[in-house]
Design a protein around this ligand. Structure first.
Ligand code: 9MR
Length: 642
């Protein structure tokens, strides 16, 4: 009896020793991709377990979010973040910064700032992060920006310049701001439910950034949405995403939130190898591991918490079956040898394909720049290729920067592009891109000002060039024209109108302005909801100038039209201009906008006219000196011609 007891104690001690010896290193021994996790309630060694015995990458669950760090403007609290950052440095594994901009968990005071100050605050936030962590290796630059994912995203979006023509200009700006500060960091766009819904929106967003030449290095699929997804659905969606994007992928917040051990293990064992063994998968981060201390709670129908943290895979100090499985999977050769797009878990090459225009036309010239930079190596050459429908063909190879290629597309439609950077050690680095080639812009009907723009008569060319609709289906089904792609044209008010409008959609009209001056307008519109609106703007190469915002009242029904009048905020010069209507409040129907001539005050062309000694009579006031941006003179409005 006594002997047996001694033996069992010895065996236990031995087992403990073996466990310690075994557990010195993290689960993954693959040198090129990581199996990471997050802090637990703000600490690194969650559940008293030494973090580095399990994981080899860390993301702060909350400690690097803007609201956690800068709850009071200008006072930065880096305590929790530093713990994780220093731990990662000591253990020589990657730390990911989560996240620079996000329409959630930003400080409350940001909402009280005007747009200009909000932009300054975002810049100051990034500058402070840069000052504190100058050498970040991996960053979630923008989080959860798919339309509808975070209601407060607009605070950030407006501050960074809005959607613009791509719909995602502000995200491109955020990536440029990040690249300026951390050119060697892997810059990631991160979002949720990529596998379950909004997949197409996620693809569109990332692809738009990629094809615009934004410095985005990878996309992040959070993967909180996989518990109920069948293997076949999950793999099909995953394939679709990669096929469209052809970029490095991270699984950034994986968890299977269930109390059912078997289901959790089943999902882990079918999904993790599938993802891990993709050569474009650069790493997997699990979103918590201590049962009872993760963000997914079991709740009753009233939303009361029954059990906390059910996505955890270590429960009361013991492995749940999913964790047991994970330990053994990470020991397999398949797991150890899986390839990564970032060998050594670091970015070597920054390669982005940037076209000179996002709306090139058939037989029209365009320039494509390959923005290429290496972290440690030297570029020998950069080759740009396009896909001719059969295979990739070289456009040209260049050996000196800047790598700019002139290209004249001969077909309309999407052309796939590929840049291959060869370094002096013979390695190659690839980046994919695409341009959509359009037919030349042509007015659908010739229109003059003074005159009327019928909303359905937007210019011909194509989605993204002369109009933008948020989906590819024409819900209006009026059959008015066949080249409207997804623009919703409805019958109404005795003719046709634009309907089913969503924020950010736009339509452009070439108009011939016959008389230079200010214009009044009368818009014929309807709406079945509150807060509908659209903007009228003037579009030029250099950008867009908003001329007026038309608030559309709730007319009780989309079939009940009314008129809204106003005056354009800026004058128009004679000649051909492009006017754009952009939906800024959803659900308005636009039938037409009639423009009538208001005044023929002389408009100031530019500074040179003053330099030439010309004097202008502006609304009865003589003006002989012009300063850029000047709008008021002698108490009168000076109208600057656009
Ligand atoms: O796990 C995080 C939880 O502790 C926070 O309360 C929550 C606040 O929004 O954020 C959780 O983490 C989120 C992550 O930052 C972004 N993707 C979704 C995650 C789960 O909600």
């Amino acid at each position: 009896m006594r002997m047996r007891r001694t033996l069992s104690i010895t065996m236990l001690a031995l087992a403990g020793l073996m466990f310690t010896a075994d557990a010195q290193a993290q689960l993954s021994s693959n040198p090129d991709k990581f199996l990471g996790n997050i802090t637990t309630y703000g600490s690194v060694n969650g559940g008293g377990i030494e973090y580095a015995t399990l994981w080899n990458q860390i993301t702060c669950e909350n400690e690097t979010k803007w609201s956690s760090v800068e709850g009071n403007q200008g006072n930065f609290n880096w305590g929790g973040a530093d713990n994780a950052y220093n731990y990662a440095k000591q253990h020589n594994f990657p730390f990911k910064f989560h996240t620079l901009v996000w329409g959630s968990q930003f400080p409350g005071w940001v909402k009280n700032l005007n747009v200009r100050k909000r932009k300054k605050a975002i810049e100051a936030w990034m500058d402070e992060i840069k000052r504190h962590y100058p050498d970040l290796e991996m960053i979630d630059v923008v989080n959860e920006a798919v339309e509808g994912h975070q209601a407060d995203t607009h605070y950030i979006k407006e501050a960074l310049g809005g959607g613009g023509k791509t719909g995602y200009d502000w995200i491109i700006t955020a990536f440029e701001m990040a690249y300026e500060r951390w050119p060697n960091a892997i810059l990631i766009y991160n979002d949720f439910n990529t596998f379950q819904w909004n997949t197409q929106q996620f693809i569109d967003l990332v692809k738009t950034l990629r094809d615009a030449g934004a410095p985005i290095d990878a996309y992040g699929c959070q993967s909180h949405d996989l518990t109920d997804l069948s293997y076949s659905t999950f793999t099909q969606v995953e394939k679709d995403i990669q096929k469209a994007l052809k970029m490095p992928m991270y699984i950034t917040e994986y968890d299977i939130g269930t109390k059912d051990d078997n289901l959790q293990k089943q999902r882990y064992s079918e999904q993790i190898p599938y993802l891990w063994q993709k050569d474009y998968c650069a790493g997997i981060t699990l979103w918590g591991y201590i049962y009872g201390a993760t963000w997914i709670d079991e709740k009753d129908s009233q939303g009361n918490v029954i059990t906390r943290g059910i996505s955890g895979i270590i429960k009361n100090g013991s492995d749940r079956p999913a964790m047991e499985w994970l330990r053994s999977y990470m020991q397999t050769d398949a797991a150890k040898n899986a390839k990564s797009p970032f060998p050594g878990m670091k970015k070597e090459a920054s390669v982005y394909i940037k076209p000179s225009t996002l709306t090139p036309t058939k037989n029209g010239p365009m320039t494509i720049t390959v923005r290429a930079a290496m972290r440690t190596k030297t570029i020998q050459s950069v080759t740009l290729k396009y896909h001719n429908g059969v295979k990739y063909k070289d456009i040209a190879t260049l050996t000196t920067a800047p790598y700019t290629f002139d290209f004249t597309p001969t077909e309309t439609g999407e052309i796939a592009l590929k840049a291959v950077v060869t370094t002096t050690d013979g390695e190659t680095y690839e980046r994919y891109g695409a341009v959509r080639v359009y037919n030349q812009r042509v007015p659908y009907r010739s229109m003059e000002l003074p005159g009327t723009i019928e909303a359905e008569n937007f210019d011909k060319s194509g989605e993204g060039a002369t109009f933008h609709d948020s989906d590819a289906t024409d819900e209006g089904k009026a059959g008015y024209r066949s080249d409207n792609e997804g623009v919703d044209i409805v019958t109404g008010n005795g003719g046709y109108a634009i309907g089913y409008t969503a924020v950010g959609e736009w339509l452009e009209y070439s108009v011939n302005v016959k008389s230079s001056g200010t214009y009044d307008y009368v818009a014929t519109v309807s709406s079945g909801t509150d807060n509908s609106a659209f903007k009228i703007s003037l579009v030029k190469e250099e950008g867009e100038t908003v001329l007026s915002t038309v608030s559309v009242p709730n007319t009780g029904s989309w079939d009940t039209y009314t008129t809204v009048s106003g005056t354009l905020g800026k004058g128009l010069g004679t000649g051909t201009h492009i006017l754009r209507f952009t939906i800024s409040g959803a659900n308005c129907n636009i039938d037409k906008v009639q423009f009538t001539f208001k005044s023929d005050v002389k408009y100031v062309q530019d500074q040179d006219e003053f330099a030439n000694g010309t004097r202008y009579n502006l609304g009865g006031q003589r003006v002989n000196q012009y300063q850029k941006g000047m709008t008021i003179m002698n108490g009168r409005k000076v109208l600057i011609m656009e």
